[in-house]
Design a binder for this molecule. Structure first.
Ligand SMILES: *Cc1c(COP(=O)(O)O)cnc(C)c1O
Length: 415
C-alpha cells in the first residue's frame, strides 16, 4: 500500500482551500426521527436541541408517518431484510413488480422501472436509450444527476438558458438531422422552487418531433390537483415521454427512484441501464413503505391540500414580514439574502431561535444569490409555521433587512 506524501499534501491543501472559501460541508447530527420537530446536535459535541425542521424534502410528512412505518415493518417481516441480488438475477419480488405497476398508474404512464435511487435512474437512462445519432437539449439548471447521466452517453449535448422557450425552439430547429431529439428538464427546480412550463415544452416537442424528459423528484406526490406531478399541473399527462422521480423525498423519503414512461423505452432500460443491471435491488421494506405511501396519496388529496395551504400561509406571512422571496407556488420558498456570509449568520441565529434552515450560496446557487431555502411540509402545523415566522422576523430585524429591497440589502451587505 502507499499513500504518497505528495498526494496527502495535495488533499490537505484542497481541503484547506475549501475551508478558507467558507464552503466546507459539515453534517449536523439529528438524534430523532425525521419530522417537523427534530433534535439536532449543533455545534458537534453539544447536547441535542429541539428545533423545527424547515429544510427537509419531507413534503408530505410521510418520512415517519405511522402507516408507512407499519407497512415497512410488515414488509420486513414478510419479505425479509435484503435481496442480495440485482433485479434480473434473483432480486425481483412480487412487491417490486407491484410498485412498478402502482407508480405507472399514479403517474399515468405506460410502464415503470425501479432504480436504487433517482441519481441512478438519471445516470442509467440516457446511455440506455440514446445513441451518437441523437441530441439532448437540456435546461441550464437541471439537477446534477442529469448532468452526470448526460456525460455517460454518446449523444450530442446542447443547453438552453433556464426556461427560455424561444432559445429552445431555435435549438430544436438547429438539430433537424438527428435521429432523436430529447428535451430534458426538471419539473420543479429545487433551488428556486419554480416549475418548468411543461405545456409549452410539450407543444414545442410535438411541433419538432422531440421527446420530452422530466425529472419530477421535487413534485411527485404533491404538485398538481391530485399530486401526480408537474405534468398534471400543466395539463399534459400522457404527453411527457419520460419521467424520472425519487422515493427519497415526498414518498416517505427512504430511498429509491424510477424511470417511468414509454413502454419500449422502459424495456430498453431493463435490458441496458447499468445502475439497474449492476446495483442492488431496492430493499423489500422500503418497497413496502413506498407502496403504502402511494396508497395513502391515492385515497384522497388531504395531505397535498394541507401542504398547499401551509405553503401559501408561509409565503404570505414571510411577504407581510417584509422578506424578499423568490416568486413561485411550490412548497420551496427561498428567502433571499444575496450575501453568502449573511446567509450563514442568519441560519446560525435561526438555529439559536429553534429553527433549522440552511443557507445556500455560491457555487450551489449563483454568485450574489445567497438565500435560506425554506421547504414547507404537510407535517407542519400552523403553530410550527407561526413560531418559525416569529424567529425569522426576530433575526430579520437584527440584521435590518425587513422591508428592504434587494438593492438595499446588497448595498448594505454586498453580494
Ligand atoms: C433529489 C433529486 C435527485 C436524486 O434523488 P435520489 O433518489 O436521492 O438519488 C434527482 N433529481 C432531482 C431533480 C432531485 O431533486
Amino acid at each position: 500500500m502507499a499513500f504518497p506524501d505528495e498526494v496527502r499534501n495535495g488533499y490537505q491543501k484542497t481541503l484547506e482551500e475549501i475551508r478558507q472559501a467558507g464552503i466546507f460541508k459539515v453534517e449536523r447530527l439529528i438524534h430523532s426521527a425525521q419530522a417537523a420537530d427534530i433534535e439536532v446536535e449543533f455545534p458537534a459535541g453539544t447536547a441535542p436541541q429541539k428545533v423545527i425542521n424547515m429544510c427537509a424534502n419531507n413534503y408530505l410528512g410521510l418520512s415517519s408517518h405511522p402507516e408507512v412505518v407499519k407497512a415497512a415493518h410488515a414488509g420486513l417481516d414478510s419479505r425479509g431484510y435484503g435481496m442480495s441480488s440485482v433485479r434480473f438475477i434473483c432480486g425481483t419480488q412480487d412487491i417490486h413488480k407491484e410498485l412498478e405497476h402502482r407508480v405507472t398508474e399514479f403517474l399515468g404512464t405506460e410502464d415503470t422501472i425501479l432504480f436504487p435511487s433517482c441519481m441512478d435512474a438519471n445516470c442509467g437512462v440516457f446511455e440506455a436509450v440514446l445513441t451518437d445519432q441523437d441530441v439532448m437539449i437540456s435546461d441550464r439548471l437541471v439537477h446534477a444527476s442529469i448532468i452526470d447521466g448526460v456525460r455517460l452517453c454518446k449523444a450530442e449535448r446542447d443547453i438552453y438558458e433556464h426556461a427560455d422557450m424561444a432559445q429552445l425552439e431555435s435549438k430544436l430547429q438547429l438539430h433537424t438531422r438527428k435521429r432523436l431529439k430529447m428535451v430534458i428538464t426538471d419539473g420543479v427546480f429545487s433551488m428556486d422552487g419554480d416549475t418548468a412550463p411543461l405545456d409549452k415544452l410539450a407543444a414545442l416537442c410535438e411541433k419538432y418531433g422531440a421527446m420530452l424528459f422530466v425529472d419530477d423528484s421535487h413534485a411527485t406526490g404533491f404538485i398538481g390537483r391530485t399530486g401526480r406531478g408537474t405534468h398534471e399541473q400543466y395539463g399534459v399527462m400522457g404527453k411527457v415521454d419520460v419521467i424520472t422521480t425519487t422515493f427519497g423525498k415526498a414518498l416517505g423519503g427512504a430511498s429509491g427512484g424510477c424511470v417511468s414512461g414509454r413502454r419500449e423505452l422502459v424495456e430498453m432500460c431493463r435490458q441496458k441501464a447499468r445502475p439497474y443491471l449492476f446495483s442492488n435491488t431496492m430493499a423489500p421494506m422500503v418497497v413496502a413503505g413506498v407502496l403504502r405511501a402511494l396508497e395513502l396519496l391515492s385515497q384522497d388529496t388531504a395531505r397535498r391540500d394541507k401542504l398547499e395551504k401551509n405553503a401559501a400561509y408561509w409565503r404570505q406571512g414571510m411577504t407581510d414580514a417584509g422578506f424578499v422571496l423568490k416568486a413561485g407556488d411550490t412548497p420551496i420558498v427561498p428567502v433571499m439574502l444575496f450575501n453568502a456570509k449573511l446567509s450563514q449568520d442568519f441560519s446560525r441565529d435561526l438555529f439559536t431561535e429553534g429553527i433549522y434552515a440552511i443557507g445556500f450560496f455560491y457555487p450551489v446557487v449563483a454568485k450574489g444569490a445567497a438565500r435560506i431555502r425554506t421547504q414547507i411540509s404537510a407535517g407542519h402545523e400552523l403553530h410550527h409555521l407561526d413560531r418559525a415566522l416569529d424567529a425569522f422576523k426576530k433575526v430579520g430585524r437584527k440584521y435590518g433587512i425587513l422591508g428592504q429591497t434587494k438593492d438595499e440589502i446588497i448595498a448594505r451587505y454586498g453580494a
